[in-house]
Ligand binder design. Structure first.
Ligand SMILES: [Fe+2]
Ligand SMILES: [Fe+2]
Length: 198
């Protein structure tokens, strides 16, 4: 049995939204549950605005942070036990691995197989090279509904940018994030190259 399966719980509901709530509440992550609902709703709205699949955006939003149940100090060992690489930047800041590990949880415990949904979950923190529009929607939805108590300081500028394009929205957030970034993940570096930000 791999270490992801150890997190499995029996679901009472057949509905994904309820299952996410059951799962996160079981592990005492009620705040993340609330954040996930908000990101899912925001991702659905953005997907409609940019003519993408609202359903895929919603599911990716619900599950993007689902690996929060894995303690940060266990993430590197877990990654290695699954024979997945650990980048130098992820070794410095293991929390960044939560985007990749949410994919494993979504696949194995929630039965998600759609490659576009899994991709959007996988790069919701850093974006990536050749990011899809759905990747960008979930990335931005997570920043609009960020997981801190006050509203995001860049929100007005971000909303303004989104009246132009998804890419412009990504640029606004990334410029802000660079002000106090701890490590520059290579996927973010690639995304910045694509967005002509570096
Ligand atoms: Fe996240
Ligand atoms: Fe998030």
């Amino acid at each position: 049995m791999n270490k992801i399966m150890a997190y499995q719980i029996p679901f009472r509901s057949k509905e994904l939204k309820q299952q996410v709530e059951e799962f996160l509440n079981y592990y005492g992550k009620e705040k993340v549950n609330e954040h996930s609902y908000q990101v899912a709703d925001e991702a659905r709205k953005l997907a409609e605005k940019f003519n993408l699949s609202a359903e895929k955006a919603y599911v990716a939003g619900l599950l993007h942070d689902i690996s929060v149940v894995i303690p940060n100090e266990e993430r590197i060992a877990l990654q290695r036990s699954l024979n997945k690489e650990v980048l130098k930047e992820e070794e410095i800041l293991p929390m960044i691995l939560h985007q990749k590990q949410s994919v494993f949880v979504a696949e194995e415990l929630f039965g998600i197989q759609d490659a576009e949904i899994l991709s959007a979950i996988e790069c919701h923190t850093t974006l990536r090279k050749n990011a899809s529009d759905l990747d960008k929607v979930v990335f931005i939805a997570d920043k609009v509904k960020w997981d801190r108590d006050d509203s995001a300081p860049y929100l007005e500028e971000l909303n303004q940018a989104l009246t132009q394009s998804l890419d412009e929205g990504c640029r606004v957030y990334i410029r802000w994030a660079l002000l106090d970034i701890i490590v520059l993940h290579p996927w973010l570096k690639d995304a910045m190259d694509d967005l002509a930000l570096s």
